[in-house]
Write a protein that binds this ligand. Structure first.
Ligand SMILES: *Cc1c(COP(=O)(O)O)cnc(C)c1O
Length: 366
């Protein structure tokens, strides 16, 4: 369908490649985590770019995400980061997705699916070392569980964990790492050695080489998103959210803008209408809080962000229909990051990036 609205997310695949090359340790493999449509960037193009740049694995949250990558013709190993949901095991194995395991029930269901389909399942056992979201707890139960995996006729390929606060808490991260290493040692000692030990998300990949082990699993950093303060140094942001001014007008001091008239002009001003709203995933909470870039300068979002459009107070800077508007990304010397917007509404850049809705077309360069 012809696209009439000028609002797009532009994804720079060369930035993705650059980030992957920068993040990949010389001695370890890199799994690009492309869950949630590659954090809103588009999973198939991003996965391809990451693989071109040296990633050897992909990580997804859902079986559905993994199947979609396979249907797009991607044949790299894909780890599903939680256990296959009950009932999905056969389809997941048929799509050659790599299972994560951490419950007896999941193990039994996977073994049964592997038997009935005649497929080899190369399992990655996930340990809970302190995040307490998913994983085998306590980690001391790892040897018995890994033994059961092997006894069930499955192949033990990986043993891994996930850090709770690698971007901000070294002591906790090292404690979690020690728990993984101790469990791995016990699993090895009983004669069921996993080939791949892995733990590092973006924060740990950047901050702690000790956590790199056999494979690192960055998500945010692949997209140039900061996993924590300063953790985007040397990375290139891949996402730009851009639009155009669709209407510009000069209004007098005292005029009030948008729903509820929550913004009053203290002086005469140029006001731009921009076709981006909360349905596009630009949060309504950013009303009267965010800035956007027009003609290389920052201007405030004025009044309530509506479902499909928002208003910008450009003051004395004349603006015109067709002017480019950058809501996330760079224009001239100015840059607005997802982290900046996130901070204004008490969340993180990850949420901002993944919130940009499917209504906004993704365009790729590089
Ligand atoms: C999302 C996720 C990652 C990537 O985390 P980032 O902070 O984006 O690097 C790695 N591992 C697991 C298990 C995840 O859920």
């Amino acid at each position: 369908m012809t696209r009439y609205r000028p609002t797009i997310v532009e994804v720079d695949l060369e930035a993705v490649r650059h980030n992957v090359r920068r993040l990949k340790p010389p001695e370890a493999e890199l799994m690009a985590v492309v869950k949630a449509d590659a954090y809103g960037h588009g999973d198939v193009p991003v996965a391809r770019a990451a693989l071109e740049a040296g990633a050897t694995w992909l990580g997804v949250a859902l079986v559905e995400e993994g199947v979609a990558l396979r249907e797009a013709g991607i044949d790299a190993p894909i780890l599903v980061l939680s256990e296959f949901p009950s009932g999905s095991e056969k389809e997941a194995l048929a799509a050659d997705l790599t299972p994560t395991l951490y419950t007896d029930h999941g193990l039994a269901a996977l073994a049964e699916a592997a038997r009935s389909t005649g497929r080899t399942a190369r399992v990655h056992v996930k340990l809970d070392t302190g995040m307490h979201r998913v994983g085998l707890w306590p980690p001391e139960t790892a040897p018995a569980f890994c033994r059961a995996v092997v006894d069930a006729g499955l192949e033990l390929e990986g043993l891994w964990t996930h850090f709770a606060s690698s971007e901000s808490d070294e002591a906790t991260t090292m404690l979690q790492l020690e728990r993984l290493l101790r469990a791995a040692e016990a699993v090895r000692a009983q004669g069921t050695p996993p080939r791949l030990l892995h733990a590092a998300n973006s924060g740990a990949t950047i901050l702690y080489p000790r956590t790199h082990l056999d494979l690192v699993r960055p998500g945010a950093a692949v997209y140039g998103l900061a996993a924590g303060p300063g953790l985007d140094a040397g990375l290139r942001p891949a996402m730009t959210l851009r639009s155009e001014v669709t209407l510009a007008k000069r209004l007098s001091a005292g005029e009030r803008l948008s729903y509820g008239h929550r913004y009053e002009l203290g002086r005469d001003a140029w006001i731009a209408t921009v076709p981006v709203g909360y349905e596009d995933g630009y949060p309504r909470l950013l009303s009267n809080r965010a800035e956007v870039l027009i003609r290389g300068r920052r201007h405030p979002v004025a009044g309530i962000v509506t479902m499909d459009q928002l208003l910008v107070d450009c003051g004395d800077d004349e603006v015109a229909t067709g002017d480019e508007v950058v809501l996330i990304g760079r224009q001239g010397d100015e840059r607005i990051t997802p982290e900046e917007l996130a901070e204004r509404i008490g969340t993180i850049g990850y949420e901002l990036a993944t919130a940009i809705s499917e209504r906004v077309p993704r365009e790729y360069r590089g």
